[in-house]
Design a protein around this ligand. Structure first.
Ligand code: NOJ
Length: 563
């Protein structure tokens, strides 16, 4: 697919004046911390900032450059914090603002940058704005911050349009008038506890810019922007057929959404040390995707095409080529991502017959070979880390954790599970609290003698996967991540954009050169392939790899020095 740079964007990029040390996001490895599942400092079974602060040295030693925190703000947790009630307070379950400030300072002292999450599409139904809007009644100015509409039907008993929530069920919920009679409906593209904001209202824009400043002033090095394609809506709120959506779509990727990010970019660049904007942009069209990364918009966006891609050499090569072309067209760095808090962990995915991922078609309890998935996950890491651009890691992947598929229904918390009546199993399985040490749950997630159990149950088999059990053990996933991240950081050939496919290898092999004689070869061919003659093996994903054998086994990636 050809993605041409526009003369304007390419030119703007060339003249970009930000010094390279300040453009750290271009090749950073960013580790996602999901606070409620990372580490519990106070023993209530829920992860918190104390738990993270205690383990910052672990993260620094792992060798990542930055930490992205899923929302830590005050929230009723209807969607695990993606329902923000107050951006300027930390949720009491996680800690205090003072602790967040201390965490940022401590992370900085260890050389780790901090990314916080912002959720422009919606707030919590407990946010002061929404409470005020409901209390104020129809026609009130406060309602203009959201999408309130009268219902259809004789008594307004039908939703204003036919839009469906991403989490299942209608995207509208009816309110009661202040006098208790049935009233207007409000739009929520996610759960009813997440009313959508109206970005045509200047107060919404001003408030978010103030929130960005609040966190940038406290040292945050960037923001991850939630559901970034969705804040702009067609003000007519028309019905549409989701099987054949109109162009432009009534709420996904509308042209006017870009104005939000242009303003944020200008704000971010107003800081002496420019701050990074990282978008959650789920879009299949690479040209539309790249629009979010134009030089006056975001700096980086998650590469979900890569995450969704099956473990197949031809498919991966196609996605890598498309990714590099799309990003080059706007001068933005590519990114590589395999897991996050919304998707099935890749150890599980890669052990299945169908190794692809689709949000709409989440597979559950289909057979998986975890040993195979683990082998491929190791190979995938070396592939990702060798590609030009940045990488996003999800907490626990460095321990080789898999999706926990047998959580009892009664313990499941994800609104997706509940709103689809269990049709979609949801995301709890990738959110299970991390195992740190010991031989029994809570595996050091909570302190000794904690009052409560971890908020989701941990598999007994994780005894062999704790950080402690893997620490310093040759061949463990943790040792492998530390080694790979350390080598990547030290390797000059992995900086910059140099990249070229090396052809002449058997089908099913991905081989490419980076700078300074550094090359990467990933073998997905189903059989062992010859090790390129004269190449020195820097690192192999297979813990039993023997360079003397002169062959690269299947599902193995090797880093090579070719001169
Ligand atoms: C994307 C987030 O990653 C997900 O966890 C959340 O449920 C939705 N946006 C809604 O905020």
């Amino acid at each position: 697919m050809a993605v041409q740079p526009s003369a304007e964007t390419a030119e703007t990029y060339r003249t970009e004046a930000v010094p390279s040390a300040d453009r750290w996001w271009r090749d950073a490895v960013i580790y996602q911390v999901y606070p409620r599942s990372f580490a519990d400092g106070d023993g209530d079974g829920i992860g918190d900032l104390t738990g993270v602060r205690d383990r910052l040295p672990y993260l620094a030693e792992l060798g990542v450059d930055a930490l992205w925190f899923s929302p830590w703000y005050a929230s009723p947790q209807a969607d695990a914090g993606y329902d923000v009630a107050d951006y300027r307070r930390i949720d009491p379950a996680f800690g205090t603002l003072e602790q967040a400030e201390a965490l940022i300072a401590e992370a900085h002292a260890l050389g780790l940058k901090i990314i916080v999450d912002v959720v422009p599409n919606h707030v919590s139904d407990r946010h002061a704005w929404f409470q005020e809007a409901v209390a104020a009644g129809p026609g009130a100015e406060a309602r203009g911050l959201f999408w309130f509409r009268p219902g259809r039907g004789e008594d307004g008993e039908l939703p204003p349009n036919d839009w469906q929530s991403v989490f299942g069920g209608p995207a509208w919920t009816r309110t009661a008038n202040p006098d208790g009679t049935p009233g207007e409906w409000y739009l929520h593209l996610f759960a009813p506890e997440q009313p959508d904001l109206n970005w045509n209202n200047s107060k919404v824009r001003e408030e978010h810019e103030s929130v960005l400043r609040f966190w940038f002033d406290r040292g945050a090095d960037g923001v991850r922007i939630d559901s970034a394609t969705m804040p702009a809506k067609d003000p007519e709120l028309p019905d549409f057929d989701p099987a054949a959506p109109p162009v432009p779509h009534p709420y996904i990727d509308r042209d006017d959404v870009h104005g939000i990010y242009r303003a944020w970019r200008a704000l971010a660049e107003g800081y002496e040390r420019p701050r990074a904007l990282i978008g959650e942009v789920w879009l299949a069209d690479p040209v539309r995707f790249a629009h979010y990364l134009r030089p006056d918009e975001m700096h980086s966006a998650f590469n979900f095409d890569y995450l969704n891609c099956p473990w197949d050499a031809a498919d991966l090569r196609r996605v890598i080529d498309a990714t590099l072309a799309a990003h080059a067209s706007v001068g933005a760095p590519a990114s590589w991502v395999l897991s996050n808090h919304d998707v099935t962990r890749h150890v599980t995915r890669y052990g299945r017959a169908d190794t692809s991922f689709g949000l709409a078609l989440r597979q559950h309890q289909v057979p998986t070979d975890l040993a195979l998935g683990t082998r491929r996950a190791r190979a995938a890491l070396l592939l990702d880390l060798a590609l030009p651009g940045g990488c996003y890691l999800y907490q626990g992947e460095e321990l080789g954790l898999w999706e926990v598929e047998d959580i009892p229904d009664a313990l499941r918390q994800d609104p997706i599970f509940h709103r689809t009546g269990g049709l979609d199993i949801g995301r709890d399985g990738c959110r299970v609290p991390l195992p740190w040490s010991g031989s029994r749950p809570p595996f050091g997630f909570s302190p000794e003698g904690a009052a409560a159990e971890p908020w989701l149950p941990q598999p007994a088999a994780w005894a062999a996967y704790t950080a402690q059990a893997q620490d310093g053990v040759p061949g463990s996933m943790l040792t492998f991540y530390r080694t790979a991240l350390g080598l990547r950081r030290a390797e000059p050939g992995l900086r910059g954009d140099a990249f070229g496919w090396l052809d002449g290898h058997p089908a099913g092999v991905l081989a490419f050169a980076r700078g300074d004689g550094f090359a990467c070869l990933a073998n997905l061919s189903g059989t062992a392939v010859p090790l390129p003659a004269g190449a020195e093996v820097v690192l192999a994903s297979d813990p039993g790899f023997d360079p003397a054998a002169g062959r690269v086994p299947d599902d193995t990636t090797v880093w090579l020095r070719t001169r």
